[in-house]
Write a protein that binds this ligand. Structure first.
Ligand SMILES: Nc1nc2c(ncn2[C@@H]2O[C@H](COP(=O)(O)OP(=O)(O)OP(=O)(O)O)[C@@H](O)[C@H]2O)c(=O)[nH]1
Length: 324
């Protein structure tokens, strides 16, 4: 089955192949016109682009490839200016914009600042003062506009990601985020076989609480429960709200006994919380350790069966899932 590729991966592969296809003919043109140094430089850039594209295609990792490609673009542009003369400075604009696409704005601006200083050193004796100043001004303007655009895009992407994975009421993660986390934890398990567990918890008799105190108080209690649990668990063990009054905790790397212990601590913490005890609010929990070969859905289903048992046998308790 073909792996699902992120948009960044797809664009990186497309850009890498296009760059390779556009630059490769120049290797031959330069070579046959006796420009061996430039032909070698073009061959270096072209080979770099192709190998980075293959690496992204195979590993899916765009971070390392993005840093390398940024430097290939910038160094390629500087060497071109050095070998072929000052008029080649026009290549600095696409090279610098490429860096904004590949890296975070703060890293892109740093690399481009270094590139601008090096360009200035290369060109200071070759351009008239007026052209030199105009070149620097246009470089600064290009960077300023690219920075603003790239920064805004980054913020918008972060906002969209937050909206797509967060539960607006409790500010915990949502079901979609849980599905992604389950995939990730299972892939990790397949690599290192490290035990891992999940906890499914549900507020007891929440309908009665809603009915007697109103939906608004019900909402506030949901927020309070999420807040108390988030404060108690490690920052790495994310909390997910997957239904009205149902939450999941993924204590990654916890054995079934450790997860049960954590479960009991959470249960007693909620039961004895001064803000919640006046509503007689308690929780029931189901704990399941991951079994080799099972899907995330099946893992969650076993935890749900354990939770059901906790509900059936009196509530305000933790039950452990059977292994198949
Ligand atoms: N206030 C509030 N209530 C919600 C929300 N989502 C679901 N609920 C309520 O949660 C209640 C869940 O009721 P049930 O599924 O019967 O479960 P329960 O009353 O907790 O009973 P047990 O789970 O068997 O202990 C329903 O009354 C829902 O309306 C929400 O976002 N806010």
């Amino acid at each position: 089955m073909l792996p699902r590729r992120s948009t960044k991966e797809k664009i990186f592969i497309l850009m890498g192949l296009t760059g390779f296809a556009l630059i490769t003919p120049f290797i031959f043109l330069r070579f046959f016109s006796g420009d061996y140094a430039v032909a070698l430089l073009d061959a270096f850039i072209s080979a770099g682009m192709l190998s980075l594209t293959i690496s992204v295609y195979k590993t899916g990792n765009t971070i390392f490839a993005s840093v390398l490609l940024s430097w290939i673009g910038i160094l390629g542009m500087l060497v071109t200016v050095y070998l072929q003369g000052a008029e080649q400075v026009i290549w600095c604009y696409p090279a610098m914009i490429l860096v904004y696409y590949l890296l975070q704005p703060k890293h892109a601006i740093s690399i481009n600042a270094v590139a601008t200083i090096l360009l200035f050193l290369l060109l200071r004796d070759k351009l008239s003062d007026t052209i030199m100043i105009a070149t620097l001004v246009t470089i600064v303007l290009t960077n300023l506009l690219a920075y603003i655009f790239s920064f805004q895009t980054l913020k918008q992407n972060q906002l969209l990601t937050d909206l797509s994975i967060k539960d607006p009421l409790t500010n915990t993660r949502n079901r979609r985020a849980l599905d992604e986390a389950l995939q990730k934890v299972i892939s990790q398990y397949q690599r290192n076989q490290e035990v891992t567990s999940l906890i499914l918890l549900d507020i007891d008799h929440f309908k009665e609480i809603n009915d007697s105190h109103g939906h608004k108080i019900g909402d506030q209690l949901l927020v309070k429960v999420a807040e108390l649990i988030s404060q108690r668990i490690r920052t790495t063990d994310d909390l997910y709200r997957i239904g009205g009054e149902e939450f999941v905790i993924m204590p990654v790397g916890a054995s079934i006994n450790e997860a049960r212990e954590l479960s009991e601590q959470l249960r007693t913490m909620i039961e004895s919380s001064p803000q919640l005890s006046k509503f007689k609010l308690t929780i029931s929990l189901g704990v399941a350790e991951y079994q080799s070969g099972e899907t995330g859905e099946h893992w969650l289903h076993r935890a749900d069966q354990a939770l059901y048992q906790a509900k059936r046998t009196g509530r305000n308790k933790t039950c452990v899932a059977e292994n198949d």
